[in-house]
Design a protein. Structure first.
Length: 322
């Protein structure tokens, strides 16, 4: 039996959503140690899995690998559609578990598109492979336009930059009890609408921000500068999404972000992907004050929810015998 364990990821935003530039998307984010997806698999003569989403991924994996079957068990799951990469991490964990259990190299980057992953952002795949902070190259605009090619007919964006995240950094996560973030056809429709009217000037501002602030900050281990820079990337992305999600941040995320930004324990805050997950960049010795501020922020916004403090993950998924 093979066991695969992988944490979630934060998605800070895209570098470009305008058709006026040569490359679309180009995302940045970080891998987290927790919360996690944990999957086991062993060879079988058919696909056997009680988890409906994982079963679909297992069936596709078995087909891709030309294996007779696999028995797959999901021991832990990431919260679904909250902005932590649950779909990609579960899909790749199932693929890696089934492949390893049946004696095949997983080759997750090559096979991810056939599972419907990596069609816009490459952060999830790169986080699964090697963790850390990731910046990807995006896709050629002439190939993607406002719509992705059919599933499996794209390549996962290459990693343009990867840096380890300092071990003493932490990310406080506020997960409001709110409607799930956009996914599936709804996400496709929203992204199509955004891309068709995105202001290219915003992409120019983000490009300068990434090259002059984000990358130097992660290279130098400057937490304050990094937090402020990725939070600004998120705000600029929100200018593109405002019509689709009801503001720069989707409600009630804006109120939570504002509260976190006021705290000296937090270097920068924002919405991960479509939310509703809110992150705050903090440090190991400030994690408890950051946790308390996040609880207070949820209460002030009038919503229940969960607060977690996650460590960065600077390695790929754990794949091995149970």
């Amino acid at each position: 039996m093979v066991r695969v364990s992988v944490g979630g990821r934060l998605h800070f935003g895209f570098q470009n959503l305008s058709l006026a530039h040569e490359r679309l998307y180009g995302s940045l984010g970080v891998a987290l140690e927790s919360p996690r997806a944990v999957v086991t698999a062993e060879p079988a003569d058919r696909v056997d899995c009680d988890h409906p989403t994982a079963r679909e991924y297992a069936a596709r994996a078995v087909d891709l690998l030309d294996a007779p079957g696999a028995s797959v068990t999901v021991e832990e799951t990431l919260p679904r559609h909250v902005g932590l990469g649950s779909g990609t991490q579960l899909a790749l964990a199932v693929l890696a578990a089934v492949a390893t259990a049946t004696g095949t190299e997983p080759r997750v980057r090559e096979r991810a598109p056939r599972l419907g992953r990596g069609g816009r952002s490459g952060v999830g795949v790169a986080a699964f492979e090697s963790g850390g902070f990731v910046l990807d190259t995006g896709h050629p605009t002439e190939r993607f336009t406002a719509d992705r090619p059919p599933r499996g007919e794209w390549s996962v964006p290459a990693v343009a930059a990867r840096r380890p995240v300092p071990d003493d950094w932490r990310f406080v996560l506020a997960l409001p009890d709110a409607e799930p973030g956009r996914n599936g056809d709804d996400e496709d429709d929203s992204m199509r609408s955004v891309v068709e009217r995105a202001d290219p000037a915003v992409a120019d501002r983000i490009a300068a921000l990434v090259s002059r602030r984000v990358l130097p900050a992660i290279a130098e281990g400057d937490r304050a500068a990094f937090g402020a820079a990725v939070a600004e990337v998120g705000r600029l992305n929100g200018a593109w999404y405002a019509d689709e999600q009801g503001g720069v941040y989707r409600p009630p995320v804006g109120e939570v972000v504002a509260r976190l930004d006021e705290s000296p324990a937090i270097a920068g805050a924002g919405q991960s992907s479509w939310g509703p997950a809110v992150y705050g960049v903090t440090a190991r010795d400030r994690s408890e004050p950051a946790r308390e501020v996040a609880r207070e922020a949820l209460a002030a916004a009038g919503v229940d929810g969960e607060v977690l403090v996650a460590e960065p993950r600077n390695r790929g998924a754990r794949i091995g015998d149970r």
